[in-house]
Design a protein around this ligand. Sequence first.
Ligand code: HDE
Length: 483
Amino acid sequence: MTNNNLTTSWGAPVGDNQNSLTAGPRGPVLIQDVHLLEKLAHFNRERVPERVVHAKGAGAHGYFEVTNDLSKYTKAAFLNSVGKRTPMFARFSTVAGELGSSDTVRDPRGFALKFYTEEGNYDLVGNNTPVFFIRDAIKFPDFIHTQKRHPQTHLKSPNAVWDFWSLSPESLHQVSILMSDRGIPATLRHMHGFGSHTFKWVNAEGQAVWVKYHFKTEQGIQNLDTELAAKLAADNPDYHTEDLFNAIDQGDFPVWKLHVQIMPLADANTYRFDPFDVTKVWSQKDYPLIEVGRMVLDRNPDNYFAEVEQATFSPGSFVPGVEASPDKMLQGRLFAYGDAHRYRVGANHNALPINCPHAAKVNNNQRDGLMRPDNNGGSSVYYEPNSYGGATESPKHQPVAFEVSGQADSVAYDEADHYSQAGDLYRLLSKDERTRLVQNIVGAMTPVDKDEIKLRQIAHFYKADPEYGQRVADGLGLYVPEV
Ligand code: HDE
């Protein structure tokens, strides 16, 4: 029976954990109290940098089960054969708040999924909304600056938020979703999830299609009203985190149904708008939802830091059968996430238990780097090509070739319609939902101290739907000159 001695990090038993080693009863403390030294030093280093966005989050383990075999569209093994189950880990998060911020803020929710497939880990790093505020990665740091704190006051700045959005009209669709009831989900179990971007699926014959992912909550959509959300933010800032943990702990496992929209490759050239523009959804009349499977979360983390804080998801963690689309936001993210992980968790972040591919064997020539926790490849061959039986490339897993053309240039999206889908959304809402949408916007815009910003934003609402713009203007007590 192993003893239960308290030990140092080098495994030596600790004699006294209550009293520092001192010269005489009153000290001074002796520097040779190595247990004291180590304990204080490690305590100083407990925090790793929090995520620069999506810092506050909750995670859970589960599985994905195929209910409809789509191998005609993708050769991804985990999506083939009905009944197949793949272990997975999910992390849900807010966007702008710091690690200790409230769960019940008005904010998109991160919906990050890691599938431990037999062909490597596949990460789908989406949100609970199908679109995003911007559609070029180059604008992301500026956008997030407006969501964070003012550099002087260290306070949130409605001026910055609405100045940026009113000068970036492509944000209108996502702003309308954010300000609607869906902006504050009742729990993390009662919201949908989306891949948001367009991706490419490739089947075993090398034929490709474009694809969009939709995770529909089986719990049903439920949202928090603004007042209750504000109260919870004060009384229980971890309300969503607690709800997810308790639901799973009590066996009330949340389930999402995965559907996809499939677009034939050639349609991208003729569709009425750029299908890679992540501020837009594809009409489900044009590309209906096709069932794929179900995601069940049925196990809580044993340790939050080890499994949730150290989890690293990347939109670039593709597996055979899933590839990138030219979506400029997705392209930017293919760099950003790996870079963030190397900075935040270290170059060997994928060797950590939560991130390592349990169902596939890592076999490459990456060696060394800070905190390498495994045997670093042992004495195996450490370069390629080689004639000593080392890892070899497998040409059949080369991403499918595709045409690229055009001048190298910095060009805006060829699409100036920022309004029709935001207007469609407004007209889709019930009377009460519209009233709450307008109230939320008026509440958020009232502190803005420049009418120029307010009027510029109202003009966008107005172009989406005249009633939408007029009601916001009335709420703000502003006269809207003919737009
Ligand atoms: Fe993120 N995003 N993002 N994002 N994002 C991060 O990665 C980034 C975007 C999303 O639970 C960061 O590890 C850029 C869209 C989620 O760990 C960072 C752009 C969508 C999570 C980053 C975007 C997301 C992140 C911060 C513009 C939905 C949390 C720390 C191109 C489709 C994942 C980190 C988790 C996290 C970069 C836009 C969702 C900085 C550059 C669009 C769910 O790498």
